[in-house]
Write a new protein. Structure first.
Length: 212
């Protein structure tokens, strides 16, 4: 009786063992989605990385683009400075008033060939009301607050000559135009190089849409 029972158990075990190789292909099929899922996730990561690289590229281009240097402005000096001393002084050390007398917003147009500046009504009134002695009042032309060159407001009733850059104070309000000129009472009294054609000034006026 014991012998046949043992044989039957052995046969069942053999069947079970023989069924295992048949189950392996199904196990592999079930495992394929698990293998593909990380690959799809990997493609999403790669796409995000490409987007990050693209955005960084854009930021680099923006950072390398020429940046505005600041607006054209004419400042008065914070303290009265004798004009005879200004040629010897480093302009970067000259103290300027907190607000410009003329800013980019005050300019309607700047004619580059003649250096004539058409002003707004409010800015022209500020220039008209300046108290300018016969010996002149110093100003500094800046881009932003960086000094480029200096000059002097000069009254046309002065009998003193001047060999620097001048802006004549207007005698009336018929026009709203001032001009940056060389020498007083004429260009023949000017000495040195003409600083008015500085390219930083030109760029600032072009960027502001004021240049003619």
């Amino acid at each position: 009786m014991g012998g046949p029972r043992f044989v039957i158990l052995s046969d069942r075990r053999k069947r079970r063992i023989s069924l295992l190789p048949l189950c392996r292909p199904f196990a592999l099929l079930r495992s394929r989605p698990r293998v593909l899922a990380p690959q799809r996730h990997g493609r999403r990561v790669t796409g995000n990385a490409a987007l990050v690289v693209f955005l960084l590229f854009i930021f680099v281009l923006v950072g390398c683009a020429p940046q505005p240097e600041g607006g054209f402005a004419i400042y008065l000096t914070a303290q009265e400075t004798p004009l005879s001393r200004l040629p010897e002084v480093d302009l970067n050390t000259v103290q300027l008033q907190d607000a410009p007398l003329i800013s980019t917003e005050d300019i309607v147009s700047y004619t580059w060939a003649t250096h004539e500046i058409e002003l707004t009504d409010a800015a022209f009134q500020r220039v008209l009301q300046l108290h300018v002695p016969v010996s002149g009042t110093a100003f500094v032309v800046c881009v932003g607050r960086k000094p480029v060159y200096w000059g002097a407001f000069w009254t046309p009733i002065s009998s003193l000559s001047f060999d620097g850059v001048v802006i004549w104070t207007p005698l009336g309000s018929d026009s709203r135009v001032i001009r940056i000129e060389l020498g007083y009472p004429s260009a023949g009294f000017f000495a040195g190089d003409d600083p008015r054609a500085d390219q930083a000034i030109r760029r600032a006026l072009e960027q502001a849409g004021k240049l003619r």
